[in-house]
Design a protein around this ligand. Structure first.
Ligand SMILES: [Zn+2]
Length: 199
């Protein structure tokens, strides 16, 4: 059970003005643009991720692996939709992150897949995924393949920590929207309180 005092404390956290000024300048990148579908997803990411995502595609291409960025920013409501899949809605479980708790919701995570003949495919090829993971890690990205529940497709920004994002100590261009969503959603608030006990 969560008491009212805890909820008020949390709301105070969420009401605190963002501590850091957000720098919307995009780091300059020498990486060439990715294919059009990847580019449209990259443009939805927080600007801190644009160069990293393009470098990921370019570095893989240098190793002969054609990659597409298949998922980037997700609104909290679209995250809710995919979270329900395999839980309250039929289908396989595709995410363990509740709405508001995915770095996709903050625009600092993307998923990739190799392409063949212009089409995305998901090869059952551990060595290939490891190579893809290594490429991302060599650029400084965190790779979901290293998690205890591996998510081979997933890469995220090296710096942003979830607890800092949730408390507004670190922010992206989607922080306000996402924190507002969490603040209005009782279930999400209770989740945060649970998480905060471990911070
Ligand atoms: Zn992902």
């Amino acid at each position: 059970m969560v008491n009212t005092q805890e909820i008020n404390q949390l709301l105070d956290y969420l009401d605190v003005p963002m501590a850091l000024p957000y720098d919307s300048e995009e780091a300059s990148s020498t990486a060439p643009e990715a294919d059009a579908q990847s580019e449209s997803i990259i443009s939805s990411l927080d600007t801190s991720m644009h160069s990293l995502a393009r470098e990921m595609v370019a570095s893989a291409a240098q190793e002969g692996i054609q990659l597409r960025i298949t998922s980037g920013y997700r609104s909290p409501s679209s995250q809710d939709k995919i979270y329900q899949q395999g839980r309250t809605v039929e289908g396989p479980v595709v995410t363990n992150a509740r709405p508001g708790y995915s770095k996709h919701n903050f625009g600092v995570a993307f998923d990739v897949a190799p392409i063949k003949d212009g089409k995305v495919y998901y090869p059952n090829d551990t060595a290939l995924w490891k190579r893809i993971g290594q490429i991302g890690k060599s650029l400084g990205l965190k790779w979901g393949g290293d998690w205890s529940k591996p998510d081979l497709l997933h890469f995220e920004h090296p710096i942003f920590e979830m607890k800092d994002l949730l408390m507004g100590k670190a922010q992206t261009m989607y922080s306000r929207e996402n924190l507002d969503f969490i603040a209005k959603n009782k279930y999400a608030r209770m989740e945060i309180l649970g998480l905060m006990k471990h911070f």
